[in-house]
Design a binder for this molecule. Structure first.
Ligand code: EMZ
Length: 385
C-alpha cells in the first residue's frame, strides 16, 4: 500500500446501514455516511442545528474548553444570514490579483527554502509555516505575526497526546483579546478593525462577536489546511507522473485542487444537534442528541463518484462536500483553494521529485472506524528541477 493513500474506513457501513456510531466524551454521535443524507441534513437547520451550546457541534466536542460562540459557524438562520453576508466579501479577497501575487511570493519563497535543505519535516517546517504566513494575508496583518502562530503548533486546541488542551486554547483566546483591544484603540485595515466597525442584524458587532469570528478564522483553517498541504506533498512524492502532468497541463490545476479536497477531506466530519425527535437513515434520532455530517465518507460515495478511491486529477463531475455543504459551507474555501492552486503549480514548476524518508500517520479513532486524516510528521527530500 502506498504511504500517501487515504483509505475509506466507512465503505461497508455506508453501504449497509448508512450511519455509524461513536462516543465522544460521553456525548455520542451518529455519523451520517451517505452523500445524499449528508446534504439533506446540512440543509435542514431547523431539525439539525449549529447554534447549540458553543463547541458542541465540533467532534471532539469543545464544550469544556470554549464558551465563545464561533461566528458564523455556530449560528443558525435567520441570524446566520446577516453574519455571513458581512464576512463573505472579506473572505473572497483571495480572488484579487494583488492577494494572489503576495501568496505566490510566499509559496515560492518557502519552496525555495526547503529546496536548500537536505530533508524537511513537512508538517512543522513546511505546511504549518505556509499556513501561518498565508493567514497574515487573510487577516491583513503584518507578515511577522506568523512567527507567533507558528510557535503555537499545528492545532490550537490540541497538543501531543491531549485531544482538548484548555491551556493551549487560552493562549489563542488571550492573543485574540489583545489584538481586539489593539484594533479598538488604533483601528487599521485588518480584519479585527473591519469587524469592530461593522454592524450586523441592525447592531454594532460586540467584542465577543468579533472574537467569535476570529477564533473560527484561526482554528477552522489551521489543521485542515495543514492536512491538505501535507497530504498533497505525500501524494506527489509517490506520483511524480502527476507532478509532470500538472506541469504539462496547467489547465487542469483547478480540477486537481477539487479532487485533492474530495480525496483528502481534511475535515472528517462536523456535528449538528437534533432539535426534535426524528429519523436519520431509518434510525431514531432523539431531540438533543448529536449527528455528524461525515464529509470524508460522503466524498467516497460510489453512487456519485466513479472510482472514489482513486485520485483522478482531471475529474470532471466532482460535487464533493470537502468544504461542507449548504449555508455553512467553508468560509475560508477561497483562501484554501488559492493556497492549493498556487502550491501545485509552483511545485510542478520547481520540483522534479520528492522522496519520503519516514512518516508517522495521524489516525483518528471514531467508534468502530479508524480514519487516517494525514500525518503527525513526515520527513521528505525535495529534488529541484
Ligand atoms: C472549529 C472547526 C471549524 C473548531 C470548519 O471547522 O475547526 C476545528 O479545527 C476547530 O477546533 O473550533 O473552528
Amino acid at each position: 500500500m502506498k504511504k500517501s493513500m487515504l483509505s475509506d474506513p466507512f465503505e461497508k457501513a455506508r453501504e449497509n446501514i448508512g450511519y455509524g456510531n461513536m462516543d465522544d466524551q460521553g456525548d455520542p454521535v451518529t455519523m451520517l455516511l451517505r452523500l445524499k443524507d449528508v446534504r439533506k441534513t446540512a440543509h435542514n437547520w431547523k431539525t439539525f442545528q449549529s447554534g447549540a451550546t458553543p463547541g458542541r457541534i465540533v467532534v471532539p466536542s469543545e464544550v469544556n474548553i470554549r464558551d465563545v460562540r464561533q461566528i458564523p459557524f455556530e449560528v443558525d438562520p435567520p441570524e446566520h444570514t446577516d453574519y455571513r453576508k458581512l464576512v463573505e466579501p472579506w473572505f473572497k479577497r483571495p480572488l484579487e490579483k494583488e492577494y494572489q501575487a503576495k501568496l505566490t511570493q510566499q509559496i515560492n519563497d518557502i519552496i525555495d527554502e526547503v529546496l536548500q535543505l537536505d530533508s524537511v519535516e513537512v508538517v512543522e517546517e513546511f505546511s504549518l509555516k505556509l499556513q501561518s504566513r498565508a493567514l497574515t494575508l487573510l487577516l491583513n496583518v503584518p507578515y511577522e505575526e506568523a512567527k507567533t502562530w507558528i510557535d503555537w503548533g499545528t492545532h490550537v486546541f490540541r497538543s501531543e497526546g491531549v485531544a482538548l488542551d484548555g491551556d493551549k486554547a487560552n493562549i489563542l483566546y488571550d492573543y485574540i483579546d489583545e489584538q481586539i483591544e489593539r484594533a479598538d484603540k488604533a483601528p487599521s485595515d485588518d480584519l479585527y478593525s473591519v469587524l469592530l466597525a461593522a454592524e450586523v442584524n441592525g447592531k454594532k458587532m460586540t467584542k465577543e462577536e468579533v472574537k467569535g469570528v476570529m477564533i473560527l478564522t484561526f482554528a477552522g483553517g489551521r489543521d485542515t489546511v495543514i492536512n491538505a498541504v501535507t497530504n498533497s506533498i505525500a501524494y506527489f512524492a509517490e506520483h511524480p507522473e502527476s507532478l509532470q502532468r500538472l506541469k504539462d497541463e496547467p489547465e487542469i490545476t483547478g480540477n486537481a485542487v477539487e479532487e485533492f479536497i474530495r480525496y483528502f477531506s481534511p475535515l472528517t466530519h462536523m456535528g449538528r444537534v437534533v432539535t426534535e425527535d426524528t429519523q436519520v437513515c431509518e434510525h431514531a434520532a432523539k431531540a438533543n442528541s448529536r449527528v455528524s455530517l461525515c464529509w470524508a465518507s460522503a466524498n467516497r460515495d460510489p453512487k456519485t463518484f466513479e472510482n472514489p478511491n482513486d485520485i483522478v486529477l482531471d475529474r470532471k463531475i466532482n460535487p464533493h462536500v470537502g468544504f461542507g455543504f449548504s449555508h455553512h459551507n467553508c468560509l475560508g474555501a477561497t483562501h484554501a483553494r488559492q493556497i492549493l492552486n498556487i502550491l501545485i503549480s509552483t511545485l510542478a514548476n520547481k520540483v522534479q521529485s520528492i522522496d519520503i524518508v519516514e512518516c508517522q500517520e495521524n489516525v483518528e479513532t471514531l467508534g468502530e472506524f479508524k480514519r487516517k486524516v494525514g500525518y503527525d510528521s513526515i520527513r521528505v527530500q525535495f529534488h529541484p528541477r
